[in-house]
Write a protein that binds this ligand. Structure first.
Ligand code: FRU
Length: 501
């Protein structure tokens, strides 16, 4: 063999691999991604005049984290997004340092409490964000827009809240009508503390109380939010405090939530010794609720960043874009024997415009059943009764050598999402993983809804009582789906697949 041959072979092999795994094959179709560059947390989510605004952490100059600025997208239906120019860019300070625009929120100051707008103007938008000076400071600042978030002015007396700390961030502000004040939730990440402040004008903030040092403290606390959530089947509402932090599985990231009461000053958690997670997958972080939703929308709506800091920088989506966002999810609370639990489902408008591509009912599954549908972009609902089966396994994104495996283990009452053989997993030692969550059957049934979108999977079990969101990077793109029962027969009550446009 000639000397140059091995490297030539290697080159050929790389070219074949590259041709099979085109980064654009991973671009989700109905999950929002930026046209190019790095993204992380959703920011400033707010509704105004028929438009939902999604601002987000963005690097205008590349697909790695840096130069953090607020990019901007708008949607009329929470499904189709239009990308607008960067809203709040990083800026230079007189001393030669830069201020990055870190995470935060936006509110509609319809009573012009800030006096930023003309008298009587009801559509003023105010952004409240962390002004970050690398290695030096984090404080909270504000900016305002009188043209629906298209152009912004920074307040000339920023910052509005400064504790002289290097880690103090991610303000989330809501209107609290009982006291006619704005309430800000913000975190001291390294101390596992959320603080609550109040303000009459968004400029002067007074500390009300602190909450923390409990729940998941395996990772720093980021991106808090305090939201009123309706309890299903009652007229009641409860307050939910969501905080991005650690995952059930060590060293990954996730979001935890506390259910409790807020009296305008203090948040009290109902239970202290339990840790509740919003999403049991590896790729759901930094979600915050929309502000100023129409009155008819009684359930809060959140969107999360699909990624995990653990490997976010390495996901194999190529040179153009990196990171994405979940679909918009509605929140409610459900009474269970263990207490109130968060329930999440894609917003109902998400069903609009879908086309039924396949449906089957009342089928006995013995061994393997290949679903006569192939695809990588769909919304699938399945209801199954395991009956005599010990496990029921759903393979999606399946080809000869690859599959993402969703399995229900009847004895353990456990639903798992296994991406260890899903395709590209070796780009980071921590990516290959199995997510597990306890999901009891209901009247002997398991109901699953799976949103599949090229490289993002959102798995909702038992009508949204458990959710898992994960990236997967199949290389064959055959999109096979199969169902297998092991240990006995299972009954497939129904399986419906819709495609989206
Ligand atoms: C969370 C986070 C926030 C911060 C932002 C910076 O992912 O670390 O705490 O504001 O990202 O991009």
């Amino acid at each position: 063999m000639k000397k140059g041959t091995p490297s030539l072979l290697l080159l050929l092999f790389s070219v074949v691999c590259w041709a099979q795994n085109k980064p654009q094959d991973y671009r989700p179709q109905y999950h929002y991604t930026a046209p190019k560059n790095w993204v992380n947390d959703p920011n400033g989510m707010v509704y105004l005049d028929g438009e939902y605004h999604l601002f987000y952490q963005y690097n205008p100059f590349g697909n790695v984290w840096g130069h953090m600025s607020w990019a901007h997208a708008v949607s009329k239906d929470l499904k189709n997004w239009e990308t607008l120019p960067v809203a709040l860019p990083e800026f230079d300070n007189p001393d030669g340092t830069q201020t990055m625009i870190f995470s935060g929120c936006a509110v509609i100051d319809s009573m012009n409490t800030s006096r930023f707008f003309e008298k009587g103007f009801k559509k003023g938008m105010v952004a409240i964000f962390t002004s970050h000076i690398e290695g030096k400071a984090q404080h909270q600042s504000i900016a305002y827009s009188a043209d629906k978030g298209r152009t912004w002015k920074r307040y000339d007396k920023n910052p509005v809240l400064d504790l002289g700390m290097k880690d103090f961030r991610d303000p989330n502000v809501i209107w609290y009508p009982q006291k006619q004040v704005w309430i800000m939730t913000v975190v001291k990440p390294l101390e596992y503390i959320a603080q609550f402040y109040e303000s009459k004008d968004l400029k002067k903030w007074t500390l009300l109380s602190e909450f923390g040092k409990q729940g998941d403290m395996t990772k720093i606390w980021e991106c808090p939010s305090l939201t009123k959530v309706p309890v299903a089947g009652s007229k009641e509402t409860k307050w939910v405090l969501m905080i991005s932090s650690g995952h059930r599985q060590k060293n990954y990231l996730a979001m935890q939530y506390f259910v409790g009461d807020f009296d305008g000053k203090t948040f009290t958690s109902q239970k202290q010794n339990e840790i509740l997670y919003v999403d049991e997958g590896k790729d759901f972080y930094a979600a915050i609720p929309f502000n100023n939703l129409p009155k008819s929308q009684t359930k809060p709506i959140i969107i999360g960043w699909v990624n995990d800091w653990e490997y976010a920088r390495e996901i194999p989506t190529g040179d153009t874009w990196r990171g994405g966002f979940s679909v918009a999810r509605e929140l409610s609370l459900k009474k269970t024997a263990d207490g109130l639990r968060l329930v999440q489902l894609p917003v109902s408008s998400f069903k609009n415009g879908q086309k039924e591509a396949f449906s089957v009912k009342n089928k006995t599954i013995e061994g393997n059943y290949t679903v006569p549908f192939k695809g990588e972009v769909f919304d699938l609902t399945v209801e199954i009764q395991p009956q005599q089966a010990k496990t029921v396994t759903f393979n999606v994104f399946q080809s000869k050598d690859e599959a993402t495996v969703i399995r229900y283990d009847v004895a353990a009452q456990e639903l798992s999402l296994d991406r260890t053989h899903s395709g590209q997993v070796n780009f980071h030692p921590r990516f290959s993983s199995v997510e597990r969550v306890k999901v009891p059957l209901k009247d002997g049934k398991l109901k699953i809804r799976l949103l599949a979108d090229k490289s993002i999977l959102e798995l909702y079990a038992q009508d949204g009582e458990s959710v898992m969101t994960d990236w997967v990077f199949p290389t064959q793109h055959e999109g096979g789906i199969s169902l297998t029962s092991e240990g006995g027969k299972a009954k497939l009550n129904s399986l419906t697949i819709h495609t989206l446009h």
